[in-house]
Design a protein around this ligand. Sequence first.
Ligand SMILES: Nc1ncnc2c1ncn2[C@@H]1O[C@H](COP(=O)(O)OP(=O)(O)O)[C@@H](O)[C@H]1O
Ligand SMILES: [Mg+2]
Length: 281
Amino acid sequence: MTARTADTAATDAVPIIAARGVCQEYKLARKSLFGQRERLAALQDVDFHAMPGEAVGLVGESGSGKSTLTRVLVGRERPTAGVMEYEGRDVWSLDGAGRRQFRRSVQVVLQNPRSSLDPRMTVGVSLVQPLRALHIDVDPKARVREVLEQVGLGVDVLSKYPHEFSGGQLQRIAIARALMPHPKVVIADEPVSALDVSIQAQVLNLLKDLVAELGLTLVLIAHDLSVVAYTTSRVAVMSAGRIVETGRPADLFRHPTAEATQALVDSVLTVEKGLEGSALL
Ligand SMILES: Nc1ncnc2c1ncn2[C@@H]1O[C@H](COP(=O)(O)OP(=O)(O)O)[C@@H](O)[C@H]1O
Ligand SMILES: [Mg+2]
């Protein structure tokens, strides 16, 4: 009886986004004219998922494959093996309508807002652009106002250019832009790594609030365990292209089992106090 209940629960609970056995190989440049091109396995048999409304962390040292997994999760790169699913369906076999739905529903925020926003466009133009690109038929003015309010900015930002903002404000604008198409999932790849430590918590709090208030699913990627521990309730640790450990942040801090997790815990000891205190809650 109990087993049956658990079974039913398991079938009801379909991850909103999932990578199953995903491998990604890159061919490297030839070292000599007639030499074989070597391959680099950037992702090896990666299983990763997020449930609707969940905030999941992905953490690992530089070069471990986090941004590669981001590109696979948003459908920018097709994995060399394995399956990438959105709401239980293989993203790479969706029809046109399904694919459009996926592209609207999964948005990304990158590390450096200065390179993700066009310096020649006003913030207003940048914000409206995803609506055009994704053929979303809503009143752009009303949507822009709504989204600016969600990220805590006023309409005065609309006529300004990126260089007129600080990094923290600009990352808020990049988050607003990601929200424009009404996504269900936001994947944030090191969204605070390029920001002053003093404003990192503000941006992380904003992401947390968006999960709580909009019911967004968040995949937060960082090389710093305290950043993901502060923001998410389940964390996957990546090392050399593989997920080596998954757990609740507090458990990973207290009982890291993988070597890579231990290394991340050790490096947190040097990290800003503000985040550290609340990380273990
Ligand atoms: N387009 C590419 N071609 C070749 N190698 C790549 C490419 N993209 C990433 N890599 C390699 O894949 C590995 C993982 O990179 P990346 O996903 O950027 O890691 P992270 O985001 O964790 O720092 C690195 O060794 C990187 O050099
Ligand atoms: Mg990266």
